[in-house]
Design a protein around this ligand. Structure first.
Ligand code: DGJ
Length: 594
């Protein structure tokens, strides 16, 4: 349970208290947050002395809090917050970075379950993020909550999320559950659901209604644009701290159960010419959809109108507040994709990436939701979505333990962010074959990786932007991998003992190893990983062998200053650097040859 759950949520805009009362509440909230932090710190501390000291400190803070809350309205003014630089995504030499507070940031994220972003349930989100050592939480904004009455916006949930994320020192990615959520319009407000003449659902080829919006009716776009604009305008005013780093526009847009819309308006559009921008962008000859795209015309038609709709929503929001925006994709199988509707049609699937780039320039990233546990599929999806014009962001990935190792692969391929889905304490499980409830233990495999990587997240993001990071996750079928650097190659072996060599690696069971390596200099590396043996060999010095100069185990502080705890040598280096599954070890390695 969050320590600040008991603090009253700000009420909706229509019932807001006076400005002075509001700022008093905000200041009281800030103190409550400090108090919450102190309580959390006490809980984390494991020695008695710390507990006692914190107990005293809580007493003082509690006194302060009560005194402050008792101040008359108007006296307690929240200090004016200096605006931080806007988060932005930048590209250089084919590599990307998400700049946060002006420097590259690696999002070690977690997405809450779909129904966890309600005030009463946020207390089950933050402690999970803290256990995970995540630095960013992804939370939905529900259209049905945000605009319960047409034209009247309720910012209370968004404000509470902002306040609580800050109190927990977490950044946010907000997910706009607008026109689409997994291809359907389930998060639309009642006034939309009840007016299906104005906001119709899509018709399939047989004229049957499908559970997906028919976006050829113009009212859909007008309504979504107006709501998204209001959200972004509010964020601009409410978040000078830039707690929110990115906004996802819609959720897995597209249609399940039909290849395209066959409503009258859609049929009329389908009979027309393919827009010139798409024809030119894809290097095609002009003509009707069928003529230009043949048997793929239906899917491409649906993709174009879905992407163009999202572009208009994104553009309207961005005009209010220019945060980086992205869309997420329900994937098709990367090797044998079949045809829609076996996958979500009109979605940003890998075959439609070029189209989405042409149709939606306000969207900075088309991001894959990777729920494919097999190594070859996972890495293939990364290959498909990581492009010069498309930074790699994995905003959702599976939460079974086997996915935890993929954080290394993602970082090694230059990801700006990675986030398992559905890890909160609501006990909901999205795994079809698993028991109904997901328990807190499910966080541990991910927590282990983030605890190791969190303290070096900024270094990794900066290194990635400069092309100096490599990483890999264990492949079950192949127990040796190599990572190439300018003067060295790193050799990774899985399933080796920590003493002795000359044996063949047999792999870990289950395959849970992985490592990232940051090149600090031509002969110097930072190594972080689990359940893997790491060694180095000269990349191009025939007859020469690796000679350990120095292997330092240590840590970075918050300011990025390194402290050495000990040097590894003897048994600890004679058989390579053996990183255990359950220990967080950072090594700085200097190499020479003999
Ligand atoms: C992908 C969706 O984007 C999420 O909102 C959620 O429904 C997950 N699937 C469940 O696995």
């Amino acid at each position: 349970m969050s320590q600040i759950q008991g603090v009253e949520a700000p009420c909706s805009l229509r019932k807001l208290p006076s400005a002075s009362k509001r700022s008093q509440n905000q200041a009281a909230f800030a103190l409550a947050a400090i108090l919450a932090g102190a309580v959390a710190a006490t809980q984390r501390g494991n020695d008695k002395v710390k507990m006692n000291r914190c107990g005293e400190c809580i007493g003082v803070l509690a006194g302060l809090f009560l005194a402050f809350a008792a101040l008359p309205a108007g006296v307690a003014q929240a200090p004016k917050v200096q605006a931080s630089p806007l988060p932005k995504i930048v590209e250089k030499d084919g590599r990307s970075a998400l700049l946060v507070d002006g420097a590259p940031y690696l999002m070690l994220g977690v997405q809450a379950n779909n129904s966890s972003a309600w005030p009463e349930y946020l207390g089950k989100v933050w402690p999970a993020a803290e256990t995970l050592h995540a630095n960013t939480v992804e939370l939905p904004v529900y259209w049905e909550q945000f605009e319960p009455v047409e034209g009247q916006f309720d910012f209370s949930s968004v404000d509470l999320i902002l306040q609580q994320a800050r109190a927990h020192h977490l950044r946010l990615v907000l997910l706009w559950f607008g026109t689409w959520k997994n291809g359907s319009a389930h998060y639309t407000p009642e006034w939309i659901k009840l007016d299906q003449a104005k906001y119709p659902l899509l018709l399939n080829r047989d004229g049957q209604t499908v559970d997906s919006p028919s976006i050829f009716a113009p009212a859909w776009l007008d309504a979504d644009k107006s709501a998204f604009r209001a959200l972004m305008r509010h964020l601009k005013a409410a978040d000078p701290q830039r707690t929110v780093l990115l906004v996802q526009v819609e959720n897995e847009a597209g249609v399940w159960g039909a290849v395209r819309d066959y409503s009258l308006a859609a049929e009329k559009a389908f009979a027309g010419e393919v827009p010139e921008r798409l024809v030119k962008g894809l290097g095609k000859q002009p003509g009707t959809w069928r003529k230009v795209f043949g048997e793929d015309a239906d899917e491409i038609f649906q993709a174009w109108f879905t992407a163009s709709y999202i572009e208009q929503v994104a553009e309207a929001g961005k005009a209010e507040y220019a945060l980086p925006l992205y869309v997420n994709a329900a994937l098709r199988e990367p090797f044998n994709p079949g045809k829609p509707p076996s996958y979500e049609s009109g979605a940003p699937t890998d075959n439609e990436l070029d189209l989405w780039k042409i149709a939606a320039p306000s969207i900075s990233v088309v991001a894959p939701d990777i729920y494919l546990p097999e190594y070859n599929k996972y890495s293939k999806v990364i290959d498909l979505y990581r492009r010069k014009d498309n930074p790699l962001l994995i905003p959702e990935t599976g939460n079974p333990a086997e996915y935890a190792r993929y954080v290394y692969e993602a970082i090694g391929q230059g990801a700006i962010g990675w986030s398992p889905f559905g890890l909160d304490l609501t006990r909901y499980s999205d795994q079809a074959g698993a028991p109904g409830a997901m328990e807190a233990d499910a966080l541990q495999p991910f927590a282990r990786q983030y605890a190791l990587l969190g303290p070096i997240a900024r270094q990794l993001a900066q290194g990635n932007f400069e092309g100096k990071v490599r990483g890999a996750s264990e492949e079950p079928e192949n127990h040796t991998q190599t990572l190439a650097f300018a003067r060295w190659k790193a050799v990774l072996q899985y399933g080796m003992p920590s003493f002795g060599d000359g044996m063949k690696p047999k792999g870990n069971s289950p395959a849970d190893g992985g490592v990232v390596i940051l090149e600090l200099g031509p002969d110097e590396f930072l190594v972080a990983g689990h359940h893997v043996r790491v060694d180095f060999a000269p990349a191009s010095a025939p007859g020469k062998k690796r000679y350990w100069m120095k292997v330092e185990e240590g840590s970075y502080d918050a300011a990025g200053k390194w402290t050495t705890a000990r040097l590894w040598n003897g048994d600890q280096t004679d058989y390579g650097l053996n990183l255990k599954a359950d220990e967080n070890v950072l090594l700085r390695v200097r190499l020479t040859t003999y």
